[in-house]
Design a protein around this ligand. Sequence first.
Ligand SMILES: [Zn+2]
Length: 79
Amino acid sequence: MLKCDAVTELVTDYAEGALPFGARLGVRLHLMMCAMCRRYLDQVAKTRRLLRGRPLAPPPPGMEDRVLARLARGDGPGE
Ligand SMILES: [Zn+2]
């Protein structure tokens, strides 16, 4: 059976339905036995609900031009 630390790493993907069948089953079995991880999953699910539908903050003014200029020069990432 999965241990709590493994479940906490998988729980976000579990909440998003992004786990393959075997991993999903393992998480589900663990959650049936572990109240602590059920609480953690509940917090992750609540956070996802709160963030859903919120628009991303717009980039700072001029950022798009700076990024495009760097790409045109062939610069790599970083400052
Ligand atoms: Zn657990």
